[in-house]
Design a protein around this ligand. Structure first.
Ligand code: C5P
Ligand code: MG
Length: 156
């Protein structure tokens, strides 16, 4: 069995009056992401991690921000499109596990962990236990930013 590793990152500026969505889950927060799509940093980092595992470019290549069709787009559609690209490239690929870090100072995200894990697991056809998500603050260094980093392992 051949193994491939994938890694992706995303970050967005936060502002008042914008939604905050993480792994497809709506988070109650006075600040949300300023973004062209729905600004789901976790699904964007995950999508880039998947593409990077086979050197297939990145989501900006498949979904150029200049294309107005993608405005406010649900990031689950980005992920689905990326999974199709991988299937074309490596029809028998299987994701073994995903490990993600979300950096955000406020709000605390612990109470959302299981719902995010469940949603991401279901989007990828995995079990909840295969989707590790940790949360970190920036210790006040990036109060108006959110960042996600995702690594994953695939078998081919
Ligand atoms: O960044 P720091 O080490 O201070 O975070 C302490 C803990 O707070 C993390 O391990 C995590 O359990 C939790 N946390 C959280 N939501 C955040 C940031 C951190 O639940 N947005
Ligand atoms: Mg700490």
């Amino acid at each position: 069995m051949a193994l491939r590793i994938g890694y992706g990152e995303d970050s967005h500026v936060l502002a008042e009056g914008r939604p905050l969505i993480l792994g497809g889950v709506k988070i109650e927060s006075p600040l949300g992401t300023v973004a062209h799509s729905d600004g789901d940093v976790l699904l964007h980092a995950l999508s880039d991690a998947l593409l990077s595992s086979f050197a297939l470019g990145d989501i900006g290549f498949y979904f150029p921000p200049s294309n107005l069709d993608y405005k406010d787009m649900n990031s689950q559609i980005i992920l689905e499109r990326v999974l199709l690209e991988l299937q074309k490239h490596a029809p028998s690929f299987q994701i073994l596990n995903v490990a993600a870090v979300v950096m955000l100072d406020k709000p605390k995200l612990g109470k959302y962990r299981e719902e995010i894990q469940k949603n991401v697991a279901s989007l990828l056809g995995l079990e909840l236990a295969d989707v590790g998500i940790t949360f970190k603050t920036s210790e006040g260094l990036a109060l108006q930013h959110i960042q996600a980093r995702v690594t994953l392992l695939l078998s081919v």
